[in-house]
Design a protein around this ligand. Structure first.
Ligand code: DGJ
Length: 735
């Protein structure tokens, strides 16, 4: 890994074994991009890659010259209004109303390691030899503002992490009306855009479309990253598959409003931008104030979509997620939500916990409804003290009893919310986000607390930490069940209202930071009406998230398959729930429900007392299986084999880093009469090693046989007699 600068050519070359990224200081002192992709040899200059020339209607930078126009130049962090008419990476409104800027190269900095981002989550290094960082400092002398563009290249991963920072020194204030985290110009548009879209209970479905001239975008203006879109875009070549071919991934480490867009211009170049959505964003900078954008993590892979995902998994599991639980296998939990909803008392809870303990489950999670007057979704949010009518011994007493049974205890909170029917709202009606003299819309009868205000966060911190200090709590589920409307903070002056949505998310991060620092051994699981805030920003604080409220095994295959494009298996909460499924009313076999959920942070979400003796035996075996295999599944290398979006079959597998063992999941969605023979071809094994399957030590197969000839899938080995929703798990062990 190196970052080289040539004084002569004024070029920076960042490279490691797999990638090269080349930046040039242009003749007008702004920054151009010469190359980003597979590693190429280092040379003093790649200036021949800078294209230019005369074109009708183009505007040119230098008087008398008809060659150099920013419109034709691939740039690093472009502005609008001089010679480039495409969408810009940033916009600064000045006192005289102008938005024209000119940021020119001033200096650069190359150092080992990676700096922390102020108040924001970001990838990190544990040792400074793991990465190197280039900071390029640009200056606009008219407005006296510095722009620092930061690029970190990791030594052993094809990753460049980018962010931008504005430092204003002028006496006249400026207003940032757009500040994307990165912009990337590529020389052609022969790509397909891959992104993850959906809705509640249909999160992160894979969408792929060809690029066309114009703008194609994804976004959230919902105050969270949302279930509708995920802050991730990949551009792949049309012939790129899961296993081969070029792909560029861009993932934003942020949990609030975002915009991701790909602009294909009239001459067939592509500009990809990702960052905070400019709508609802306006950030005033007075003298000596600064603004830091969130980070974008760019991955280049020539090993297909799986290649890209495996890089994200490794980086996000080990250098984004943090803390005690980062490298630990996750406890197998039981959550009472789908079993009881709000309708429980201590006796019912203990009964569920006891049955779970008998089957080997390790952690009991008490969900919504334990506090205030929370008997339905109309009241109680904000009142974080126990409802002793339901739980006479309190959370302290209940947690003790659960631990006496032999399980750990976890608790649900929804820290950012309040019901009007609550003590908190009655004491502080002005703490909610609302616009004065306008109706405040509700969602699920709840309102959002103004987390852009420190006193509100301090209050919630005190309330939560009191519960966490007093009782014996090993896990917290942090929920967030609505999108933001009528966004306005009553304590801010008019000019600062454009800060509220970003400051809100910074407030959420600050509360997470305080709680995770004070309670380092508690495992935090994020949640947002299922997976509506499942993003890299939250992963920095909570190493796992509830993937979706949809626990139907068939629907879950698509959700987990899509989520795996960016997020590691260890981050995906995945539970076995009752049938008919509460979201889609489908009845799938207990075996298949578990075989899907194994590929995640595994658990149960039902009352096991309602199962037959035979079913409870099955659950016991599932728990044993997961305990034996979770180290491999949660830390191994994940491969998507067959997509449920295009097939009646879904298949995926995890291989140990040393290739000594693997677990394969194969799922048939609907049965077909008189179907053909099926084979599943595996990935990632060692061609020269021999593996036996499912303890059948008499028959061993070379890795190459399993990868190139494949395993013939035997109908009779699938659960449910090979009928609808049947499945099989193959466990491979080196001989
Ligand atoms: C939404 C979550 O996704 C569910 O798992 C559950 O915690 C409910 N909220 C509780 O209100």
């Amino acid at each position: 890994m190196a970052i080289k600068y040539s004084e002569k050519s004024r070029e920076f070359h960042l490279y490691n074994k797999e990638i090269s990224y080349i930046i040039k200081i242009l003749d007008n002192n702004q920054l151009g991009n010469l190359y980003y992709g597979k590693r190429i040899h280092h040379k003093e200059s790649f200036s021949y890659l800078l294209e230019g020339g005369m074109r009708p209607l183009a505007a040119y930078v230098f008087e008398g010259d008809t060659n150099f126009s920013l419109q034709h130049t691939r740039q690093e962090y472009p502005s609008y209004g001089t010679t480039d008419f495409r969408y810009p990476a940033f916009e600064i409104k000045q006192k005289n109303g102008s938005k024209i800027t000119c940021f020119e190269f001033e200096a650069y900095n190359i150092f080992k390691g990676k700096k922390k981002l102020e108040k924001l989550p970001a990838t990190y290094v544990e040792n400074e030899i793991e990465a190197q960082t280039l900071e390029i400092i640009l200056y606009d002398k008219l407005i006296k503002t510095r722009l620092v563009l930061s690029y970190t290249i990791y030594k052993d991963l094809p990753v460049i992490a980018r962010n931008a920072k504005f430092l204003h020194e002028g006496k006249e204030e400026i207003v940032l009306t757009k500040a994307m985290s990165c912009s990337l110009d590529l020389p052609d548009y022969d790509y397909e855009m891959v992104h993850l879209a959906g809705a509640w209970s249909r999160e992160r479905h894979v969408k792929i479309k060809s690029l066309e001239q114009g703008v194609q975008s994804i976004y959230s203006l919902r105050g969270t990253s949302s279930a509708e879109h995920n802050p991730f875009i990949a551009l792949k070549r049309p012939n790129t598959t899961e296993f081969e071919g070029e792909v560029y991934g861009l993932s934003l480490v942020y949990s609030g409003n975002f915009l991701g867009e790909v602009l294909v211009d009239t001459h067939g170049t592509s500009r990809i931008m990702l960052g905070i959505h400019p709508n609802m964003f306006e950030w005033r900078l007075k003298e000596n104030e600064r603004f830091q954008t969130p980070e974008v993590v760019m991955v280049y892979s020539d090993k297909g979509l799986n290649g890209m995902s495996q890089v994200y998994h490794k980086l996000y599991r080990s250098r984004l997620a943090r803390g005690f639980w980062r490298d630990k296998v996750r406890p197998i939990l039981i959550n009472n939500w789908e079993a009881t909803s709000f309708d429980f008392n201590e006796e019912r809870i203990l009964k569920i916990a006891k049955a779970a303990k008998d089957l080997g489950i390790e952690l009991f999670v008490l969900d919504d409804g334990w506090f205030g007057e929370r008997n339905n979704d109309k009241a109680g949010l904000g009142d974080w003290y126990v409802n002793t009518k339901k739980l006479p011994a309190g959370i302290v007493g209940l947690s003790k009893k659960i631990e006496e049974i032999g399980m750990k205890f976890g608790l649900w909170f929804e820290p950012e919310m309040v019901n009007k029917d609550s003590k908190l709202y009655r004491s502080h009606p002005d703490w909610i986000i609302h616009t004065p003299n306008r109706t405040a819309s509700h969602c699920r009868n709840q309102y959002i607390l103004d987390f852009s205000r420190k006193e509100v966060i301090d209050y919630i911190y005190e309330a939560m930490s009191k519960v966490l200090r007093e009782a014996s709590i090993s896990y917290v589920k942090w929920d967030m069940n609505r999108y933001m409307t009528e966004c306005y903070s009553v304590v801010k002056i008019a000019e600062n209202q454009g800060k509220v949505m970003h400051e809100y998310i910074l407030g959420v991060y600050s509360l997470y930071e305080k709680l995770t620092s004070e309670f380092p051994y508690i495992l935090f699981e994020s949640c947002s009406s299922g997976g509506a805030r499942f993003d890299p920003g939250i992963l920095y604080y909570a190493p796992q998230g509830w993937t979706s409220d949809n626990t139907d095994a068939v629907e879950r295959m698509k959700i987990q398959y899509g989520t795996s494009f960016v997020y590691p298996i260890s981050s995906m909460g995945a539970h076995v729930s009752e049938v008919p499924n509460q979201q889609v009313f489908r009845t799938t076999p207990l075996e298949t429900r578990a075989k899907v959920a194994y590929f995640g942070a595994f658990g149960y979400e039902l009352d096991l007392n309602n199962l037959s003796k035979k079913e409870r035996e099955i659950v016991k075996r599932q728990v044993e299986f997961m305990k034996a295999k979770r180290e491999l599944i949660q830390k191994g290398i994940f491969y998507r084999l067959v997509s449920p979006f295009e097939n009646n079959i879904n298949s995926w597998m995890v291989v140990a880093e040393d290739k000594s063992e693997a677990v394969v999941g194969y799922y048939k969605i609907l049965n077909t009469a008189n179907d053909g023979f099926k084979r599943i071809k595996l990935q990632g094994l060692d061609s020269n090693k021999k593996y036996y399957i499912n303890e059948d030590k008499q028959n061993a197969f070379f890795g190459d046989e399993l990868m190139f000839a494949g395993i013939p899938v035997k109908q009779e080995e699938l659960c449910n007699n090979g009928g609808d929703f049947s499945s099989i798990i193959y466990y491979l062990k080196e001989e």
